[in-house]
Design a protein around this ligand. Structure first.
Ligand SMILES: [Zn+2]
Length: 88
């Protein structure tokens, strides 16, 4: 008698798991995983909701927190580049 016939609060949670499972719990942008690299895994919309993107399997992708926030997307700030060039 639970959750018959509809997407309620748990609907997106289930979808989210389907995305993670499809992508093997691996960031699709950089290939890192929580178990091997300690990254936080999130779900990213390929077409953002704000632009009409749907909560559908083919519009969702597994991304680590860094990639999801655009930090590992070739958009490094000057400070971040400086930090990567260790003076050793
Ligand atoms: Zn990533």
């Amino acid at each position: 008698m639970m959750e018959q016939g509809g997407l309620k609060a748990s609907g997106f949670q289930r979808l989210r798991f389907e995305v993670l499972k499809r992508d093997g719990f691996t960031c699709r942008y950089c290939g890192r995983t929580p178990t091997r690299h300690g990254v936080e895994i999130q779900i990213d919309h390929i077409l953002p909701r704000a632009r009409g993107g749907k909560d559908k399997l083919d519009n969702l992708i597994t991304a680590c927190a860094d990639c999801n926030q655009g930090k590992a997307d070739g958009l490094l700030s000057h400070d971040e580049i400086e930090r990567m060039r260790l003076p050793d």
